[in-house]
Design a protein. Structure first.
Length: 236
């Protein structure tokens, strides 16, 4: 089991206040696991699509296409999303939490779509065990398999390298009534102003969090809705 596979603090980047010497970062504290699965050697077009899927998609959507964590199942995809050109665009450009698939050839895209749109799995052939990536460790209710908070907004003294404070960032959907702030996985990043206000977006509950330089005054989040799951708040 590992932490920080989906970026930790590296995905979102940080924001630096030169007047105070404080670096503000958002962090993910979600447990992940590595996985391996049976791999069939590419032969037919369907098997080629499976090979591309295991290499490019299985880490998030599961080796059997049933989904992992917040990544949806792709079983029966043709019945839910028949727009093939739209699927090409999603694979290449990404959508919502799914990042673009970089460096994938057009032939690979067509092969993996053929595989995803078919309900028939490739016939058995020569097989070997291969690493298929990683997935979130979740409990039976779909929550991260570790003690919260699962996401934090953190202030670090750049001169000493010490953490000055950290507070939970966001509230996990389905646990808003919890007495303990849960934090959420986040992919936005903070922006700090000259007045020492810190704005941070990218949480899974789509709120922009607001904090001051003093952790006791942290507001936890505003009611401002944001669909920008992979972007930091902008200032003018």
């Amino acid at each position: 089991m590992f932490y920080g596979i989906h970026g930790g603090t590296e995905w979102t980047g940080g924001s630096f206040d030169p007047a105070t010497g404080i670096v503000y970062v958002s962090s993910n504290e979600i447990p992940w696991f590595w996985a391996a699965t049976e791999h069939r050697e590419a032969g037919s077009g369907m098997e080629k699509g499976r090979t591309v899927y295991q290499k490019r998609c299985a880490a998030c959507h599961g080796p059997d296409r049933t989904g992992l964590g917040v990544s949806p199942s792709l079983v029966g995809l043709a019945n839910r999303f028949s727009d093939r050109s739209g699927m090409v665009d999603i694979i290449k450009r990404g959508r919502n939490l799914m990042p673009p698939t970089t460096g994938i050839a057009d032939q690979e895209v067509e092969a993996v779509i053929d595989y995803l749109y078919s309900e028939r799995m490739p016939a058995s052939g020569n097989t070997r065990m291969v690493h298929t990536g990683m997935g979130r460790l979740l409990d039976h209710e779909g929550f991260p398999g570790s003690k919260p908070p699962w996401g934090n907004l953190v202030a670090i003294d750049a001169n000493s390298g010490r953490i000055k404070w950290k507070v939970p960032l966001g509230e996990h959907p389905g646990m808003s009534a919890s007495a303990q702030p849960t934090g959420t996985e986040n992919f936005g990043g903070p922006t700090v102003t000259a007045g020492e206000l810190v704005f941070c977006a990218g949480t899974t509950n789509h709120l922009i969090a607001l904090s001051t330089a003093a952790p006791a005054r942290n507001s936890g989040g505003t009611s401002c809705h944001s669909e920008a799951t992979h972007r930091r708040p902008c200032t003018k």
